[in-house]
Design a protein around this ligand. Sequence first.
Ligand code: C2E
Ligand code: MG
Ligand code: MG
Ligand code: MG
Length: 284
Amino acid sequence: RAKADGRDGYRAFVADMDTTARAITVLESDLRRALLRQEFELHYQPQVALSTGRIVGAEALIRWRRESGDLISPADFLPPAEENGLIVPINEWVLREACSQAASWPAAGLPALRIAVNLSGVQFRKVDVEKVVCAALDESGLDPKRLELELTETILLQDTDLVVSQLKSLQRRGVTFSIDDFGTGYSSLAYVKNFPVDRLKIDRSFIDNLRNDVNDAAIVRAIVSLGHSLDLDVIAEGVETAAQVAHLRAEGCDEVQGYYFGRPMPAADFVDLVRRETLLVRSA
Ligand code: C2E
Ligand code: MG
Ligand code: MG
Ligand code: MG
């Protein structure tokens, strides 16, 4: 613990996911060991089409299951991983794991759902992202059309030519892209213009008070309208209540994701959920 506050030390809080908040320190050596011991896991959160009410995809979200059993949130270990570069091997693992998981679904009786994976800006600075994604696709045999990559401002603010050329070749293979946390960036409109985007993901901060805040409601309306004018799909994240669902449906939002439909869950639980849904629909 002596190194805890050293150069490679990083203080974070384990909060929200488990019990009470307590400070933890994430060291580079801890993250290296976690990779070697395969302590990371992916949880899957359903994405639902408002036109049918059915699950059309899932977002893969990383968690760290420590030896102690604690489940650590990405907000607590990804910032240090981005600082020390370990985000690169970690996110390569995420891509391979998410693609192979999604590739296994049809054989398990699930429809060929979309799988969304978050990328980090650090990856574009350090490695050939196109190559890493293609390797994950080839290894898993996943149809590239089923893979969606979520881009955030940390990616979109970088050397545009370099990022765009990589995204365009992935797009030619069939991979799709969404802009995550849309509306919170410095130049959200420029991103839509400059990058090969297929979907806008309205940030949770606009959804929270959607029902009582006229400004949030106006912003949501504007994003849906912007997306549709540009022939993009629009999904809302952080949807927690039936009233928010009704509001988003009335606004013409295409898809929703949030606790109302399901929290991020282990792969086996997600497979069960979709299987039950598929059976229900078939017997209806
Ligand atoms: P994000 O991509 O915007 O993911 C959405 C976050 O909102 C997730 O937090 C999810 O659990 C949470 N969420 C979903 N529905 C609701 C809801 O109804 N209410 C509330 N209050 N929260 C909801 P999570 O899993 O803690 O992930 C946090 C962030 O960490 C993600 O934000 C993403 O930026 C990043 N992240 C997660 N996994 C990965 C990964 O594999 N690679 C990279 N580069 N980043 C990741
Ligand atoms: Mg995301
Ligand atoms: Mg998001
Ligand atoms: Mg967000």
